[in-house]
Design a protein around this ligand. Structure first.
Ligand SMILES: [Fe+2]
Ligand SMILES: [Fe+2]
Length: 182
């Protein structure tokens, strides 16, 4: 399958979405979320999701689909690129409201921005899982080996650019999960 590593990323991103839901519920019940947890959440959303995962899709999967005849304009690729832009904007808002929360202690804006972020990203992942990736697995069937190689190279390059490893992000999600239940 051409989309295996991307689906694996989605799985990790979905865990972070669950952690964000828990964060929001805690904030709403008046609990304080410490800075290190929010910093880890922002590290993940900015760097793993946008730089690494969107980077892999934009640099490897989408070009492979275009080469196989899927148009870049007016179809699912254009839609996904637009949704990546929206994710970027929502991530900036999330970062800003997390900073304000840490200064002011008032969680209202952060709660709203977490909900907007989770709603958008959850829908984006679902669209990719159930539509784009299904199409990609069919269209790229004969090229799966090459696509997987490209995706692995892309991931390695992005993580290197970030000075991080995949393990860092896998562990980070676990840390955030356990930090929130304490
Ligand atoms: Fe995407
Ligand atoms: Fe994705």
């Amino acid at each position: 399958m051409s989309t295996e590593s991307l689906r694996k990323d989605h799985h990790l991103i979905e865990k972070m979405l669950k952690a964000l839901d828990i964060t929001s519920a805690l904030l709403k019940s008046g609990k304080a979320i410490p800075a290190p947890i929010l910093d880890q959440i922002i590290d993940f959303t900015k760097n793993f999701t946008i730089v690494c995962h969107h980077g892999k899709e934009e640099d490897s999967l989408f070009p492979a689909l275009e080469k196989s005849g899927m148009p870049r304009e007016g179809g699912p690729i254009a839609r996904m690129l637009f949704e990546h832009e929206v994710t970027k904007q929502l991530t900036s808002k999330l970062e800003e409201s997390a900073k304000s929360y840490l200064k002011s202690g008032s969680p209202d804006a952060l709660v709203v921005d977490i909900k907007d972020y989770v709603d958008h990203v959850a829908l984006h992942l679902a669209k990719e899982n159930h539509r784009l990736f299904m199409m990609a697995d069919m269209i790229l069937q004969s090229k799966a080996e090459q696509v997987n190689k490209d995706l692995a190279q892309s991931e390695e390059a992005k993580l290197k650019e970030l000075g991080r490893t995949r393990d860092h992000y896998e562990d980070l999600v676990g840390d955030v999960e356990s930090g929130l239940v304490q």
